[in-house]
Design a protein around this ligand. Structure first.
Ligand code: T3D
Length: 258
């Protein structure tokens, strides 16, 4: 496994992760899945981290599965269960918020990796393409679940069935992503968002994310119960005490993430 295929560093309580196979637009091969999984496990285990920042090196964000290198033999369902599912589940399962800085094209499962993050800030020059159909495959990595919820069935069908590229600005107008910025400002803006999130009540952010996740499966009554359960925990947190104290003292709160 090449450790260089996914770069990972800790900076200011933020996990900075870079997909790093630029010669193939950061498409994933077997070694990269293993390395990405390893990085996610490290982030999950490190309680000092309060946000994750994900980007790609070179001119693309991620072109999904590497379809040029390794020969994909055998059962594709099995491949995606071992490769893409832990990748997108791992991102959704992190308790820290994930900011995805999409620096260029995000294609196939690469587009759905971006959509599995909590905030997508994309360069105006970037684009999203559900490229599966163009090679005779069906969408995977959660694309058929999350995309219709984000943009509606008609637009999702357009992307998933026609396999056409959607420009980042269009994606933002459709509500598929958080916002766009010029490429030159991408790192500064997306990092500023990660920094802001890292100063917020991390415990409550993590539980908010869990509630968004469970809303995919729960009915209204179950979701109300899940909210009440998390609110009990949030209500006992140090950050809640600090939020109330700051409000009463008319000052800015200083959250510690617990
Ligand atoms: O078993 C399983 O696991 C199945 C699971 C599948 C999940 C999937 O993700 S399926 C979808 C796989 N991805 C694609 O089909 C996307 C293929 N790529 C493209 O359609 C285009 O490259 C892009 C639209 C993403 C970008 O187009 P463009 O014109 O900007 O760049 P390019 O010239 O096509 O690509 C640049 C280089 O990256 C090029 O290599 P070269 O000629 O410079 O040596 C190209 O071959 C390489 N590249 C792009 N995508 C992939 C790739 N190499 C390997 N795998 C790729 N997915």
């Amino acid at each position: 496994m090449s450790h260089d295929s996914v770069l990972f560093e800790r900076r200011d309580q933020i996990a900075r992760v870079t997909l790093n196979r630029p010669q193939v637009l950061n498409s994933f091969d077997r070694g990269m899945f293993l390395r990405f999984g390893e990085v996610l496990n490290e982030i999950k285990a490190d309680r000092s981290l309060r946000a994750m920042y994900l980007t790609g090196s070179g001119r693309g964000f991620c072109a999904g599965q590497d379809i040029a290198g390794e020969v994909l033999e055998g059962d594709y369902g099995d491949h995606i269960e071992k490769g893409w599912h832990p990748t997108v589940r791992g991102l959704r399962g992190l308790d820290v918020p994930v900011v995805c800085a999409v620096n260029g094209v995000a294609a196939g499962a690469g587009a759905n990796v971006a959509l599995a993050c909590d905030f997508v800030v994309a360069a105006e020059e970037a684009s999203f393409i559900q490229a599966f159909i163009n090679i005779g495959l069906v969408p995977d990595s959660g694309g058929t679940s999350i995309l219709p919820r984000l943009v509606g069935v008609a637009r999702a069908t357009q992307m998933l069935m026609l396999g056409e590229k959607v420009a980042a600005k269009q994606a933002a107008e459709w509500g598929m992503i958080y916002r766009t910025v010029p490429l030159a400002a991408l790192e500064t803006e997306a990092w500023a968002l990660a920094t802001r999130l890292a100063s917020m009540p991390t415990l409550a952010l993590g539980m908010t994310k869990q509630l968004i996740n469970s809303s995919f499966d729960n009915g209204f009554a179950e979701q109300l119960a899940a909210e009440a359960e998390r609110q009990t925990i949030a209500g006992r947190s140090q950050d809640h005490r600090e939020g109330i104290a700051a409000f009463r003292e008319k000052r800015k709160p200083k959250f510690e993430g617990r």
